[in-house]
Every structure is written in structure tokens, then in C-alpha cells.
Write a protein that binds this ligand. Structure first.
Ligand SMILES: O=C1O[C@H](COP(=O)(O)O)[C@@H](O)[C@H](O)[C@H]1O
Length: 443
């Protein structure tokens, strides 16, 4: 901070120049004190400043403070220079392609690189910034943010230190420890990623069988099923008779239909590993979508508390949930800005009647069920996912706009598992930097 005090006649001018970098832009605060020497007049501050949100007056480091006192007629050229000199433009850090050269050692020894996600990634101290623009409503209308309530008092925390939004502004108890439990893992190739996903499945299955005598997991469909195909080579490592496979989401169709997630998984690995038929919970494609959702939930309940215990809040506690992510940021069949996301229903499984992605009729576990599980893997591979991976990991969206941002297991671990292609656009080196909100720490 630099302060120049000028005294000329009855006029005192104080110029304070503070340059702070906030995100990609610099903010300069300049104040002129007018009429400070005139008798009987109180000095007035005439602000011509850009406010720095959250900055306290005088909070700058004292060592950084430089005061030049300049009397009438003694203005130094240095003072002039200091006043006029524009703040030096900070060079923007150039994005490096993945994998970052500085991490080659880590990547070459283990084939993976691990970054932590910071815990409180989803909070703004003063609510959703107005610069975020419009909000796409479930109706398809775009509502300007100004019509959204700015303060969300019913969920504003007791200490009044942060906003807690129903979508992704979590309160502190919920965030405690998530940093340690939440990581991004990047694998060099899609094959490496697939192998790592299978490893994680096998590891978790063994642990659960040992701890509770069974392993209950929920899988996603789409491109993930091919990656899970590697499980057919892990037949001997898992007691498959103690494994229960359920679906995070499923399309309303018969098992033989090309859209069926369960059907694709049977062909990819379930038949081969010898999973007992009764241990695989499939949708009844002959029912209406509402009936199918209720029927599927009934099947989950029938597993009983030994296999599928429930939380205090009555949610099922799956041992593992493996999620894919669509290019729009959807997970399971929870699509952006849809009412299924907004609800926090008692039901574990919801019908989806008009999915934006075909087929239109589906069932899906709720976000609450996903977040009640013991561990969540969020898997994305390929160039086609690079943009959404970057948006979800490095940009805060409006509530509900990117469902993947809502994945935050209450107790369990969250691992983002990416291949180099899907991680192309992320810049973990900047996560250390507070300016690159919402990430601020790499370990
Ligand atoms: O429709 C669905 O899409 C997502 C993502 O699929 P992907 O093919 O883009 O990986 C999937 O996770 C979900 O289970 C599925 O029903």
C-alpha cells in the first residue's frame, strides 16, 4: 500500500493506492480527502473506489506501507510517479497441458497423481454474486438472479459467517474432514483409469465383506460399464455371493434392450464373475415409471439392514457408489436444474418422466442417497468430458446447474477419478491459490 499526503493551501489530498489481485483482475482503491484544512469543516471522504468484497480498512500488511509527505511546492517527481504509475499488470499463469511436466515424477512412479479438493469449495461469504447472470429454471425460462432471493435466511447458519444454500452451500459440520476424504486422481490413460476403478471396487468389496459380511454397491451406466468390464478378470478376488449390485439410475426398459444399464453390465462382467441373480437388483421394465421407482425402492428395502443398513435419517448406507458424469454435469439421472435435484424426498428412488437425455423415462437414486454412502467414485474419461470436468472442479455454478457439484458424501470419501484427456483443462497448480476459488490446496 502506498499513501501520498499532499498539503497545498487549505487543501489536503491523501491518495492511497492499494493493489490487490482478486481472481484475474486487479482492484485499485483511491480516496481523496477534500477540505481537510478548512476551519469548522469536518474532513470528508469522497470515495472513488472499487470495493474489495470482504476487505477490511487498514488490513494490509504494515511492512508494505509507504507514506510520502509532500509540502506545498515540494512535490517530488517520485511522488508524482508513484501516483501516476499504473499498477503493473500481473502476468496470468499460462495453462499447461496435462500431465503437468512438474508432476512427471509422481505420474511415472504410480501412474496416478492425487490432489485434494478443498472442503468449503461451495461458499461465497456474501451469497451468489450477481455477476453470475441468469438462472435456468426447470420450466426452461431464464430467471435473472435478481428475482432469486438474495439472502436465504432459513438456511443461513447460526454464526452468520456463511450462507448455506440448499443445493451446494454446506454447513461446517458437513464439511468437516471432507478435505481429507475428497481427492482428484488423474490416470495417464483410459485403460489405467479403468483398472484403477476396478481396483477400488475390489478393495472396497473385500473390506465390506470382511467388516459386515456383505458388499452393497450402486453403479452407473453409460461409458462406465466398459471400464467396469475389467472386473471379469478379478473373479477370484471377490466373494461374489456376498456382493449386491444395484443401479444408481436405470432406464425404463427390459434387460435385453440396448438402453438397459443392467443388461450391458451383465454382458460386460456380471455373468462372467458369477454374481447370483438375486444379488443383482434390476428394474421391472413392464411397469410405469412411477411404479418402477417404487418397486425398485422396495427391492432395496428387502435387502434388509444387515446388507443395506440405514443412517439415522433413514437413508440407505451403500458401501460404494460409482458415478459417471454426463457432458452437462449430470450424475445418475439427476439432470441440471431439475426438480428431482431440488427435492429432498423421503423416497430413495425417484421416477424421471421427461429426461433431457434419451430415453426419457428413467428411475434414479436421489442425491441424498448418493451422499449417504460410504464411498463415492466420480469417474470421467475422454476429451469429451474435459470441459465439464473443468467447469465442475474449477467454477462455482448456480445452484443445481451442475449436479456433479452436489456430490459430497456426508461421512464417506469422494474420489474424482479422471484420465489425462478428461483432465486436460484443469489447472491443479492454481488450486493452491485462493484467487482460483473454489480450490485452494494441493497436497
Ligand atoms: O444416461 C446416463 O448418463 C451418465 C453418463 O454417461 P456417459 O456415457 O456420458 O458416461 C451415466 O452416468 C448414467 O448412469 C446414465 O444413465
Amino acid at each position: 500500500m502506498r499513501t501520498i499526503v499532499r498539503r497545498a493551501g487549505g487543501l489536503t489530498t491523501t491518495t492511497t493506492t492499494t493493489t490487490r489481485t482478486l481472481g484475474a483482475c486487479s482492484t485499485r482503491s483511491v480516496r481523496n480527502r477534500v477540505g481537510g484544512r478548512e476551519e469548522g469543516k469536518r474532513p470528508q471522504w469522497k470515495p472513488c473506489a472499487v470495493a474489495v468484497p470482504g476487505e477490511k480498512e487498514g488490513s494490509e500488511d504494515k511492512d508494505d506501507k509507504e507514506v510520502l509527505e509532500v509540502s506545498e511546492g515540494q512535490e517530488t517527481s517520485q511522488a508524482k510517479q508513484l501516483e501516476k504509475k499504473p499498477a503493473p499488470k500481473k502476468k496470468r499463469e499460462k495453462k499447461e497441458p496435462w500431465p503437468l511436466s512438474r508432476y512427471t515424477a509422481q505420474a511415472s512412479t504410480t501412474g496416478k497423481t492425487t490432489y485434494n479438493i478443498i472442503a468449503n469449495r461451495s461458499q461465497w461469504p456474501t451469497g451468489v454474486p450477481s455477476v453470475m447472470g441468469g438462472h435456468l429454471m426447470p420450466s426452461g425460462e431464464v430467471a435473472p438472479t435478481t428475482v432469486s432471493p438474495t439472502t436465504i435466511d432459513d438456511v443461513y447458519d447460526a454464526a452468520k459467517t456463511q450462507y448455506v444454500h440448499p443445493f451446494h452451500y454446506y454447513d461446517q459440520p458437513r464439511l468437516d474432514g471432507t478435505r481429507e476424504r475428497s481427492q482428484v486422481e488423474v490416470y495417464n490413460t483410459k485403460q489405467d483409469l479403468g483398472a484403477a476403478v476396478c481396483d477400488a471396487f475390489v478393495k472396497r468389496a473385500k473390506e465390506s465383506v470382511e467388516a459386515k459380511g456383505s458388499f452393497a454397491c450402486a453403479l452407473s451406466g453409460g461409458s462406465l460399464i466398459n471400464m467396469l468390464g475389467g472386473l471379469k478378470d478379478r473373479k477370484q478376488e471377490v466373494e461374489w455371493s456376498k456382493v449386491y449390485v444395484t443401479w444408481v439410475d436405470e432406464r425404463l426398459c427390459d434387460l435385453g434392450h440396448q438402453d438397459s444399464n443392467a443388461g450391458a453390465a451383465i454382458a460386460a462382467f456380471i455373468r462372467e464373475v458369477g454374481l447370483p441373480e438375486g444379488n443383482h437388483l434390476t428394474i421391472d421394465g413392464a411397469l410405469t415409471v412411477d411404479q418402477a421407482a417404487r418397486h425398485y425402492e422396495g427391492q432395496l428395502l428387502q435387502l434388509g439392514s444387515a446388507i443395506l443398513p440405514t443412517t439415522e435419517g433413514g437413508l440407505p448406507k451403500l458401501d460404494l457408489v460409482v458415478l459417471g458424469m454426463g457432458p452437462d454435469g449430470h450424475v445418475a439421472s439427476l439432470f441440471p436444474n431439475r426438480k428431482e435435484l431440488a427435492e429432498s424426498p423421503e423416497q430413495w428412488v425417484l421416477p424421471v418422466r421427461d429426461s433431457p437425455k434419451p430415453p426419457s423415462q428413467r428411475i434414479t437414486m436421489t442425491m441424498d442417497v448418493i451422499n449417504a454412502s460410504g464411498e463415492v467414485l466420480l469417474v470421467a474419461a475422454g476429451k469429451g468430458k474435459a470441459e465439464i470436468v473443468q467447469r465442475v472442479l474449477e467454477h462455482q455454478s448456480l445452484p443445481g446447474a451442475l449436479p456433479a457439484q452436489l456430490v459430497s458424501p456426508t461421512q464417506g470419501r469422494l474420489a474424482w477419478m479422471l484420465d489425462a484427456e478428461s483432465a486436460t483443462d484443469i489447472t491443479p497448480t492454481t488450486w493452491e491459490d485462493k484467487k482460483a476459488w473454489p480450490r485452494n490446496k494441493i497436497e
